[in-house]
Design a protein around this ligand. Sequence first.
Ligand code: DX5
Ligand code: ZN
Length: 216
Amino acid sequence: MKKIIIAPSILSADFSNLARDVKMLEQIGVEWIHIDVMDGHFVPNITIGSVVVKSLRKITKLFFDVHLMITNPEKYWRDFKKAGADLIVFHQENLDDKKKLAKEIKNSGVKAGVSIKPETSVEKIEDLLPYVDLVLVMTVEPGFAGQSFIEDMVSKIKCLRKVIDAKKYNCLIEIDGGINFQTSKVCVKAGANVLVSGSYIFSSKDPTEAIKSLSI
Ligand code: DX5
Ligand code: ZN
């Protein structure tokens, strides 16, 4: 079985103690953290900018998975790359030339991913699969932590897994939204290999156990 990567979303961390929370994740042994960038246009919420990513880069070597929920990702992605992102994920829905952006990101030396909202079908990104390292399937409407997992997304993950395996693309499937010890199992079974989880981990009394429960 392939390795399952857990990417805790720091959107649910304590922002007045962000360094402490990131260090805690590091000590638990996670390899990735998921950073949710929202601009109040593409989604109805404003969160983290590149200055925060830059500050965090100084205190950790963890893999930074940066999820851009913003209008004009082609204009801003370089700021996040300079700040220390390892993977830049843009959305399918707000961009004309997605191949160009994926190529530019990869040529810059970091990994590229594309994300799809719950209403966006796998067909919409099929032609992009050879150019990206990861597809992020949103299992809630992007914008806020703490929402409930949308069950209908399981068939989308299965469909994507079929396409990726059939064509032997080197592309991870990441899921994001409403992931806990139950929904994680369903998604892994359907073919996901990167699990984002925010409120489940950070609201738990024992984040180590919470993280463990996601991958077993
Ligand atoms: C939602 C974000 C998610 C969010 C997940 O738009 O993309 O990464 O932080 O939070 P939970 O795990 O609480 O659903
Ligand atoms: Zn996210």
